[in-house]
Ligand binder design. Structure first.
Ligand code: NIG
Ligand code: FE
Length: 395
């Protein structure tokens, strides 16, 4: 079965060899043919071949489905009061994670999976077609493995985050928790995870310092997992440089960066351009919005040659939104990325952060993840913030 999609006022392919030759590869008055869930043809409507059926999107634009490469969706409980307290002046420290751990451990598989499916559907309804999902609210062998098993029912991009915080029962025994995360818990979780992650900050009760993070990441790599890092969220800590040194696919947050951190991310970008195996800097501007923190310096990173992705970090504490269009609007308004840079980061950038070449672009053979924008141009994503213009196209 093949389907011809027509009526596309503007098509973003993320293939610079098509259309206007920009990084977005913009084609106006375009058409797409999809066969067996893959892109079979892309070009001007005037040249479109025949197909078994036809969908007319009526003068709207189409972009690659958003790739949300950072989300924490396996959880139960509510932390809206923590958000209200923050808006009244409390800082975000990560201390609230313990509340979610307690609620998540007490929830049934059915409750967690139902909630997970609701969030994934909420994302798809806003144009997200791939989402990475982390564990990290179980923090014992049984509940971390369960979180990943459930995450695997909604995505291939599952991430073991046993090193999210040191749980209360290990408060005075950090070394023992580290042994668990790098031993028994890793063994139980590895079969369900593609990735491993760690919340890396300078010594704090709520995160893991550079040495601890290195131990977590090297054990995970030895167990066959690929690496990603929460780095430099609360301070200019060791996370960014450690991620680049260990060849992580992405280091996420990058809110507080020193000069050597920028240099490391520039090197990570250079490696990506060479063979796709470098480190992406994933910016999560919803976190700065929801914790009232300074935004990362995207312009400085771009000028240095870093490769950027945008993701939501959807989680009950630091940022409870599932909206990639909001990330694009924040990136443009608050971080001075151009609308084109922001859209690229939310699609192709996210795909690079997940080391995927079959998503984030609309090229022949790629997955037919089409997102429709209810507007004549992708520019409306940032131009009309908060308006529900984007949705994944069901063919
Ligand atoms: O990416 N910083 C660590 N983890 C999450 C927040 C988790 C939470 O507060 O529940 C983050 O911001
Ligand atoms: Fe996160």
């Amino acid at each position: 079965m093949s389907s011809l999609v027509t009526g596309i006022a503007e098509l973003v392919t993320n293939d610079p060899t098509t259309g206007d030759g920009s990084a977005l590869g913009l084609i106006t008055d375009a058409a797409v043919v999809v066969a067996d869930g893959r892109i079979a043809w892309v070009g001007s409507a005037a040249d479109a071949p025949a197909a078994d059926d036809r969908t007319d999107v009526g003068g709207r634009s189409i972009v690659p489905g958003f790739v949300d490469s950072h989300a924490h969706l396996v959880f139960a409980g509510d932390r809206s009061a923590e958000f209200a307290a923050r808006m009244a002046g409390q800082p975000y420290t990560g201390g609230g994670i313990a509340t979610t751990v307690a609620a998540t451990r007490s929830a049934s598989d059915h409750e967690l999976l139902t909630h997970l499916r609701v969030l994934v559907a909420e994302m798809r309804a806003q144009g997200t077609t791939t989402v990475e999902v982390k564990s990290g609210y179980g923090l014992d062998v049984e509940h971390e493995a369960r979180s990943l098993r459930l995450a695997g029912q909604v995505t291939e991009e599952t991430t073991f985050l046993g090193a999210h915080v040191v749980p209360a029962e290990f408060a005075n025994r950090r070394d023992e928790y580290l042994k668990l995360v790098t031993g028994e818990m890793l063994t139980a979780c590895a079969p369900y995870a593609r990735w491993a992650d760690v919340f890396c900050e300078p010594a704090s009760a709520h995160s893991f310092d550079g040495d601890e993070s290195r131990a977590v990441l090297t054990a995970a790599a030895a167990a066959g997992l690929e690496l990603r890092v929460h780095g430099n969220q609360l301070s200019a800590g060791p996370g960014v440089r450690l991620a680049v040194e260990l060849g992580a696919a992405s280091v996420d947050h990058c809110t507080y960066l020193s000069e050597p951190d920028i240099d490391a991310l520039a090197a990570g970008g250079k490696a990506l351009r060479l063979d796709g195996r470098g480190t992406v800097a994933t910016l999560l501007p919803g976190v700065e919005f929801s914790t009232r923190s300074p935004y990362p310096d995207a312009r400085r990173l771009l000028a240095a040659g870093a490769v950027l992705a945008l993701a939501t970090d959807c989680n009950p504490g630091s940022c409870f939104t599932s909206s990639m269009p909001l990330m694009i609007a924040l990136a443009v308004r608050e971080m001075r990325m151009t609308p084109a840079e922001a859209l690229w980061a939310a699609t192709a950038g996210g795909a690079m952060a997940l080391r995927r070449s079959d998503i984030g672009r609309l090229t022949i053979g790629a997955r037919a993840d089409l997102t429709v924008i209810d507007a004549p141009s992708y520019l409306h994503l940032a131009y009309r913030p908060g308006v529900p213009l984007a949705r994944a196209l069901d063919l």
